[in-house]
Design a protein. Sequence first.
Lengths: 115, 109
Amino acid sequence: EAQVTQNPRYLITVTGKKLTVTCSQNMNHEYMSWYRQDPGLGLRQIYYSMNVEVTDKGDVPEGYKVSRKEKRNFPLILESPSPNQTSLYFCASTPSRGEVTDTQYFGPGTRLTVL
Amino acid sequence: RKEVEQDPGPFNVPEGATVAFNCTYSNSASQSFFWYRQDCRKEPKLLMSVYSSGNEDGRFTAQLNRASQYISLLIRDSKLSDSATYLCVVNQTGTALIFGKGTTLSVSS
């Protein structure tokens, strides 16, 4: 089944404790991205990657890191989480290099709480 | 980054009603347009792309007015299962999608 998977789905952590949220897609998509969704603010892009070893900042990259060592994986790293990073996170992938007509396929989301 | 604006609602309608959502975007260079549906904080899923000539998919009709920078979604004969949040999405740079904050629809029996 073609899908985007994220782990963990739910995470409660404490300020300053490094964490990684994994994202994997099995559709051989080139383009992947991370979003966060907050009430009243909608979906905002954190980082995106157009291909292996190519990453770039989105609208809200502060406090996050990403890597793209393999085409299928795009982990999101919070080196020192803070309470304002409590949010619902979505990973997404698109078949080609962000062609304007391509659909984005979203993972199921990761609900992160930072205490 | 310029914005995509939607009426947040909520729109509360009875089954069988026709309901329309509107969306405006501020960047005239925007290239492609979509409506996504999101249920109960689950992942967004593509409902339909929006083409300049307008397009229809069953009970759903999408319209685009580039001159006015305006997108619409019409839902006819609303079903209980249409209850969700509808996200207007615009591609502005060719690599990033800009999401509206969403319009919430609640269909009641």
